[in-house]
Design a protein around this ligand. Sequence first.
Ligand code: ZN
Ligand code: ZN
Length: 349
Amino acid sequence: MPVLHNRISNEALKAQMLAETEPRTTVSFYKYFTITDPKATRDALYIAFSELKVFGRVYLAHEGINAQISVPESKVEALRAMLYGFDPALDGLRLNIALDDDGKSFWVLRMKVRERIVADGIDDPNFNAADVGEYLKAAEVNAMLDDPDAIFIDMRNHYEYEVGHFENALEIPADTFREQLPKAVEMMQEHKDKNIVMYCTGGIRCEKASAWMKHNGFNKVSHIEGGIIEYARRAREQGLPVRFVGKNFVFDERMGERISEDVIANCHQCGAPSDSHTNCLNDGCHLLFIQCPACAEKFEGCCSEACQTEHRLPEEEQRRLRAGRENGNKIFNKSRGRLNTKLGIPDPE
Ligand SMILES: [Zn+2]
Ligand SMILES: [Zn+2]
C-alpha cells in the first residue's frame, strides 16, 4: 500500500524543495465534473501527482477539482498528458501557467476532499454544477460588450469590483459568493430574455454562477472562459482592444494587476483617485482598504489615527491591547457604509 501522506517535517520538506536544482512551474486549474467517489479519486491522483513530483494544494469534491500546484519544468507536459488521460472530463483541460512566479510557493502536496470546491450554500440536490453556461473567448466577450441585449454581471466581491471591472458591469451587492447567488437570480428576473454574461477573476466562481442561473430557468447564460486573467491575456495576445477597466484584484502581494491605465477607485481616507489596496499596518487591525501615497505617509500605513497611535506603541503594549479583541478578515466596504468583519475571502484562484 503506497503512503498517501507525508511523514517528514514541514521544515525538512521545504529545505528539500529549496535544494532542488530544476526550476518549478506553477500551474493552476479547476474543472466542474461529477466525481462519484472523491476519496478514491483523491488517492489515485495523489499517487499520479507524487510520481510527477507535484507540490501544492488540491481540493476535490463531488462537483469537481480545484488545484494550485507546482511541477518540475521538465514534467509539465507529462502532467498535462496524465490529467488528460485521467478522466474523459479532464481531456483538454485548460492549465493556467503562472508566468511571474518562481514556483517556490509549495513544498508539500496537500489534497483534501471537501463538500464543495467553491462554497455556495446551495442545498438543492438537483443542482448540477457541471451544467455550466457557454464559454466566451476574448473576441466574443468584446462582441457581447457591444450587444445592447447583453448584461455583464461581476461575481466578485465589492473590493475587487471597486478597483476594476468591465464597462457597465453590474455588481451583485452581497458580502459573500453564497449570498450573491440568490441575489443574482433575483436581480435578473426582469432580464430573463437578455444575454447574461458572468465573470470573475479566474473563472471558477462565475462558472458555478452560470450553472446556478441555468438551474433557475435562465437560458441565455454565458461566462468568460478563464475569467478576467485569461481574457486580458488572450486579448493582448490577439491584439484585441482590452475592455476591462482598471485593476484586476489578485490574492498575492501585488494585490492587483493593472489591466488599463484608468484609476476608477478613490482613497478611503481622503477621496483622491487611487486603486492601491493595502492592509492596515496595525497588527491589531489589518483592515484591507484603499490608500493613496499621501495618506500612506500621513497615517504611516494605518487606516485611522487610532490605528496609527496603537501602531506606534511598544510591541508589548500593542499585544496587551490586542488580547481578546476580535480580529477577523476586515474589509472596508464603502458601498455599504460599514466595515465587514470575518468576511470569507475566497481561495486564490
Ligand atoms: Zn488619501
Ligand atoms: Zn487599522
